[in-house]
Write a protein that binds this ligand. Structure first.
Ligand code: PLP
Length: 410
């Protein structure tokens, strides 16, 4: 037998979503005539935009003829898409200093977040928000950067505690972190970050020679102009930050797959012998070796998001989900729950603040009302006592679930 990567031995089985699924299935089995509305899903429900579908049909036709056929594309993504991203997501929003060659198109944010671990050292100390999207910690475990698990925490991970008194803004670490994962608007808490607050992190990274990996998968949900959409809005960030983005939540690409990562050429790292190297060069080398590009069809679809029709559809779709989130937040505030997010984010993070743990709250909503939520404790110890609800269901289901809530508590 082959010797396997020992880091998997300590990695807990992915418990959160399977446990939610298991409990919902058990409920359906016990109460076959009662409905459960899934308010826990992190997947979108609105279909692809017509402009995206048309562009992909045309791309299929191109591939169907020898004269217009495309084989392997550039590993970094086609120029037409990198240009469109650069122009629309950076240049025209006043974010200067980013170039199309800093942008690497991929099959989505989750892969990039894990794959980036190939370019920084095994010795790097990683800091993550608590609570956080589980991928940052699990990737660190698989790569051997997490140390060992004791009392539910990894001893080489620095946890950036986020508590309700501070609107779930992370605190600067007391020990030096090499890699800092930040995510805004945040999954699971739904909170967005102001320029002033994010500047503290950029300054910290500059002073401590740290690298920020900034997950902005939900940037298209930001409506408040004081909140950050790109970390490069902060001066000096291109020297300390990689930005990871996705078309999944903003244009319905969760099943289609396309995203991108920005690695500015200002970003530098150091080999063990002290020699300096550009992270853009390393990431390019990594991608050209281990990745053969996102499909031509998906990239043509993604480019259509940047047409006037596509951009109008992103606005309409994100407004639709934000509308659901606003309904959820309003309902929970009415029944006296403390609630976060829901205005620049599709997620609402809520708690009765009465000492009950996340699974007790989950069970109450499932059994007494009939909708499922995601227990906050699954995202980290600081999430206990909270549950996450999503705006990604249909308006009809969201209204139904919230009127059931109001009937029971209102
Ligand atoms: C959904 C999600 C992603 C993953 O996006 P894909 O591009 O579909 O892989 C990344 N980060 C966060 C915080 C997410 O919620």
């Amino acid at each position: 037998m082959v010797e396997v990567n020992d880091n998997f031995r300590q990695l807990p089985v992915s418990y959160l979503f399977s446990e939610v699924g298991r409990r919902v299935a058990a409920f359906r089995n016990d109460f076959p005539d009662r409905d459960v509305i899934r308010m826990d899903i992190g997947d979108v429900t609105r279909p692809l935009f017509p402009s995206v579908v048309t562009a992909m049909h045309e791309a299929v036709d191109e591939l169907s003829s020898a004269r217009s056929f495309h084989g392997y594309g550039p590993e970094q993504g086609y120029g037409f898409l990198r240009e469109a991203i650069w122009r629309n997501d950076y240049l025209e929003r006043g974010v200067l200093g980013i170039e199309p060659s800093d942008i690497f198109v991929s099959d989505g944010a989750k892969s990039d977040l894990g794959n980036l671990g190939d370019i920084y050292s095994r010795n790097c100390k990683v800091a993550v928000m608590n609570p956080a999207y589980p991928v940052y910690v699990d990737d660190s475990v698989i790569d051997g950067r997490a140390g060992s698990l004791s009392g539910g925490k990894w001893d080489r991970i620095i946890y950036l505690e986020c508590d309700p008194s501070d609107s779930f803004m992370p605190k600067l670490p007391s020990e030096r972190a090499d890699i800092i994962f930040l995510c805004f608007p945040n999954n699971p808490t739904g909170v967005a970050i102001t320029r002033e607050e994010l500047k503290k992190w950029v300054d910290y990274a500059r002073e401590n020679d740290s690298l920020i990996i900034y997950d902005s998968a939900y940037e298209a949900f930001v409506r408040n102009p004081e909140m950050v959409r790109s970390i490069y809005e902060i001066e000096g960030a291109s020297q300390v930050a990689i930005e990871v983005r996705s078309f999944s939540k903003t244009a319905g690409f969760t099943g289609l797959r396309c995203g991108y990562t920005v690695v500015p050429k200002d970003l530098k790292g150091r080999y063990a012998n002290g020699e300096e190297v550009s992270l853009n060069t390393l990431w390019n080398r990594r991608q050209t070796t281990k990745f053969n590009g996102c499909s031509y069809i998906a990239q043509r679809g993604a480019a259509a998001i940047y047409t006037p029709e596509g951009m109008a559809d992103v606005r309409a779709t994100t407004y639709y989900y934000l509308g659901n989130a606003a309904l959820i937040k309003e309902a929970f505030e009415t029944i006296g729950f403390k609630s976060y997010g829901g205005d620049n984010s599709p997620y609402v993070w809520t708690s009765p603040c009465d000492g009950r743990d996340s699974w007790e709250i989950f069970n109450m909503f499932l059994y007494e009302i009939g909708f499922s939520t995601t227990p906050g404790s699954g995202f980290g110890s600081m999430g206990d006592g909270f549950v996450r609800l999503t705006g990604f269901n249909s308006r009809e289901n969201t209204e139904k679930a919230m009127s059931m809530l109001m009937r029971r508590f209102g």
